[in-house]
Design a protein around this ligand. Structure first.
Ligand code: AMP
Length: 216
């Protein structure tokens, strides 16, 4: 089950990829998480991408593709995976097609208003990466992760200025992937403007139909 989660920043890809990963035992591969970990470590990759990420621009395709190719060669990705935040350009999608067979691309539909509200209230655990929202999905204790007790923080690119730029970049460079995967017969749509529970059940229905031949 080789899946791609497509959608604007804040559409819910990360939250749902984490849930699905747990349910089906396949890894969530988030290029954003990999880059953030590199920034945190202060590695050479981290130094290269930090400024790009803060502004909400895209990391160059060649660098991103190389990283994903290496990650997908690892043992845990041999029985399926969820690509969360990759590909983000047609060039990345073409490169991916040259070394992987994708089964389904799930497109998360939301409005700009929902995205801006979600991202500006998003908090992330510094230790385990769990995602919260100050209003919609608050932690039990303010500033503390329910799962591991880690400190919750606001991502450097979740400022209004960077959010607006990320939405612009998404529309220019990533949205064309919707038609790209539709043309290959791989695209499935969900409405991700409501709750994670509702999105989760839509995704599970798509997978039951697509992989287990149920429901149609
Ligand atoms: P995300 O966590 O998916 O919102 O990604 C955070 C940031 O990491 C993006 O705004 C980009 O700067 C960078 N990034 C993540 N994935 C990619 C990708 N596939 N291609 C280029 N840049 C990426």
């Amino acid at each position: 089950m080789n899946l791609i989660f497509l959608g604007a920043p804040g559409a819910g890809k990360g939250t749902l990829a984490a849930r699905l990963s747990k349910e089906y035992g396949i890894p969530q591969i988030s290029t954003g998480d990999i880059f953030r970990a590199a920034v945190k470590q202060g590695s050479e990759l981290g130094r290269k991408v930090q400024g790009i990420m803060e502004k909400g621009e895209l990391v160059p395709d060649s660098l991103t593709v190389e990283l994903v190719e290496e990650r997908l060669a690892q043992a845990d990705a041999q029985n399926g995976y969820i690509l969360d935040g990759f590909p983000r350009t047609i060039a990345q999608a073409d490169a991916l097609a040259s070394f992987q067979k994708i089964d389904m691309a799930i497109n998360f539909n939301t409005s700009d208003e929902v995205v801006i509200r979600r991202l500006s209230g998003r908090r992330v655990c510094r230790s385990c990466g769990a995602i919260y929202h100050v209003e919609n999905m608050p932690p039990k204790f303010e500033g503390k992760c329910d799962k591991c007790g880690g400190e919750l923080y606001t991502r450097d690119d979740d400022t209004i200025e960077s959010i607006k730029n990320r939405l612009r970049v998404y529309k220019d460079q990533t949205e064309p992937l919707i038609e790209y995967y539709r043309g290959k017969g791989l695209l499935r749509d969900i409405d991700s403007s409501t709750s994670p529970e509702e999105s989760f059940s839509q995704i599970k229905s798509l997978l039951l139909v697509g992989f287990f031949g149920l429901g149609e």
